[in-house]
Design a protein around this ligand. Structure first.
Ligand code: NAD
Length: 519
């Protein structure tokens, strides 16, 4: 195990004092910046994305080292979660931006003959992005580029625990080739929750928040005062379901990775593994065998599977859940190594976890592998749907149709079938939760729209006619419109003719009555 990185940098507060933040200036700058950003063509936006990607790829070693210093994650976790995943998102945007965001032609019903309908993906204005500490580069670049590419100004507040001070600035300055633009288009404000509250008071046009349920509730309540729309990407208690016909060898490897990647500090970590009782023992022995060879530390060469725990507060949550589970009868399947001075908690593999334990219901956000046998699929579905969370999950079965049916009935935001944590691995898919796991979707086509004012446009090419539904109303007009309505919404060709005939008549009458008031 390599713990040679001194963990003193974790928990450091990279924040500004509330009194030192010039909120008025931030507000004014974002309004001015948004007017400039609104002018960006698709080609200019794609170039920005390409340059961000180039910077990240060319400087990945240095970026990984900075991420590791603040998060204490393993090098491979940093490469996969912060470099690969971010570049994948950037490529997705580059390829699809124009297709998804160009003005859209929308069908117009026959009752509006002669008119055309469009949807414009216009910007909302300024997006306030507030991020957590667990994936500081990803949680910066993915929402910032989503907001920018939809032509919004951005105010970004990273977590006070992993601010990556100066990193995003450097990336954006390279991408924009202009220091002023990078400072004004994406204003980065370092600070804690108090600063976050101050930024919400600036009444941005939308808040994109990623973090805990408790902070999400506070943000939503503050935003409600100003009626600011919020997107909340919150916590989870994701389950893995292993059916009796699953590939146990593969599923056990997946469970270990899903539970332990980023040392379990992922919103979509596999927090509980439900295994059919007929394959439980086989699954357990495989997972224990595989867990025994896990190396832990903040490595420099890619040798460690998992890193350390990023914050003191999270260590406390993990240890509380662990001690609570043991006190209430959970069985530890492998000795747990705890070295708090070095931010180290080794994998906690438990069975006999029961409903009265904290780790059964609450997000543990740590290196827990919790094995629970089940007998009946229907009862299991009821059980997992009783969770207050619903972020994502995975189901394992060789019978894909069976797994699909299970996924449909699971109250959650995403389900991987025969894989783990992989819905978020495809940037074309929407991401987000249901219930207390959040509100809204980002990423993919649907996610991009959540940063847009999806503006409805109707173009009437007819400059002379008076529409039938305009004044004046008369009994004759009412009769014709009534017949027209019946014809339009009843079935059969005869009714369609009735609609067309009465439609023409009512149009003629409307034009005759014109703008004059009836007497
Ligand atoms: P947190 O809620 O403590 O903090 C998140 C951010 O909110 C930080 O930047 C913090 O300074 C800020 N903040 C705190 N109080 C605030 C307030 N009153 N107003 C405005 N801003 C405020 O979360 P965390 O501990 O940084 O992150 C861990 C949590 O994030 C976990 O629950 C995890 O599941 C969740 N998470 C969710 C996703 C997702 O996409 N669903 C992704 C990553 C992490």
């Amino acid at each position: 195990m390599d713990t040679s990185f001194n963990a003193t940098t974790a928990d450091r507060i990279g924040q500004m004092k509330y009194s030192a933040v010039n909120f008025t200036h931030i507000k004014q700058t974002s309004i001015k910046a948004q007017r400039e950003i609104a002018q960006l063509t698709f080609a200019e936006r794609k170039l920005i994305l390409k340059r961000i990607r180039t910077y990240i790829i060319e400087n990945r070693d240095q970026l990984i080292a900075k991420v590791q210093r603040e998060t204490l994650k393993s090098r491979t976790d940093a490469l996969i979660g912060e470099i690969f995943a971010v570049c994948d998102h950037l490529v997705f945007l580059e390829k699809n931006l124009e297709k998804f965001l160009q003005d859209k032609k929308i069908p117009t019903p026959i009752s509006l003959l002669g008119k055309k309908s469009r949807v414009y993906c216009d910007p909302l204005g300024t997006i306030l992005i507030i991020s957590p500490w667990n994936y500081p580069l990803y949680q910066a670049i993915v929402p910032i580029t989503s907001a920018l590419m939809t032509r919004n100004a951005v105010i970004y507040k990273p977590s006070e625990f992993t601010p990556l001070k100066g990193v995003v600035e450097e990336i954006l300055e390279y991408a924009f080739e202009d220091q002023r633009k990078s400072e004004e288009w994406v204003q980065i404000v370092y600070g804690d929750g108090e600063i976050g509250i101050g930024l919400i008071d600036l009444k941005p046009n939308k808040i994109f928040f990623t973090g805990s349920v408790s902070t999400g509730k506070k943000i939503m309540s503050q935003a409600a005062e100003y009626l600011i729309p919020v997107e909340l990407e919150l916590g989870g208690k994701d389950a893995m379901v292993v059916m009796n016909d699953a590939n146990i060898e593969r599923a056990s490897s997946a469970a270990l990775w899903g539970a332990l990647t980023n040392t379990g500090q992922s919103c979509t970590s596999t927090e509980k593994v439900y295994i059919h009782e007929s394959v439980y023992d086989e699954f357990k022995s495989l997972i224990l065998k595989k867990a025994a060879s896990i190396d832990q530390g903040v490595d420099r060469d890619g040798n460690c599977e998992i890193g350390l725990i990023t914050t003191k507060a999270q260590e406390k949550v993990i240890l509380t859940h662990y001690e609570d589970a043991l006190a209430k009868g959970a069985k530890e399947l492998m000795p747990v190594d705890i070295d708090i001075n070095n931010h180290m908690i080794s994998p906690i593999i438990l069975e006999n976890v029961t409903k009265d334990m904290l780790t059964y219901h609450e997000e543990s956000f740590g290196p827990f592998v919790i094995l629970i046998p089940f007998q009946n699929e229907e009862n299991l579905l009821e059980e997992i749907n009783s969770s207050k969370y619903g972020l994502s999950g995975c189901v394992w079965s060789k019978n894909i149709e069976r797994a699909i049916q299970f996924a449909h009935r699971w109250e959650t935001g995403g389900v991987s079938i025969n894989n783990v944590m992989l819905t978020e691995g495809n940037h074309s898919l929407p991401f987000g939760g249901v219930k207390e796991s959040g509100i809204g979707r980002y990423k993919g086509e649907f996610g991009l729209y959540s940063f847009c004012n999806m503006k409805a446009i109707l173009i009437d090419g007819n400059h002379n006619n008076i529409d039938p539904n305009w004044y004046p109303y008369t009994p004759e007009k009412y009769r014709l419109m009534d017949q027209m309505t019946e014809g339009l919404y009843s079935s059969g060709i005869f009714n369609f003719i009735k609609f067309a005939f009465n439609g023409l008549k009512v149009e003629g009458l409307s034009n005759k009555l014109g703008r004059f008031k009836k007497r």
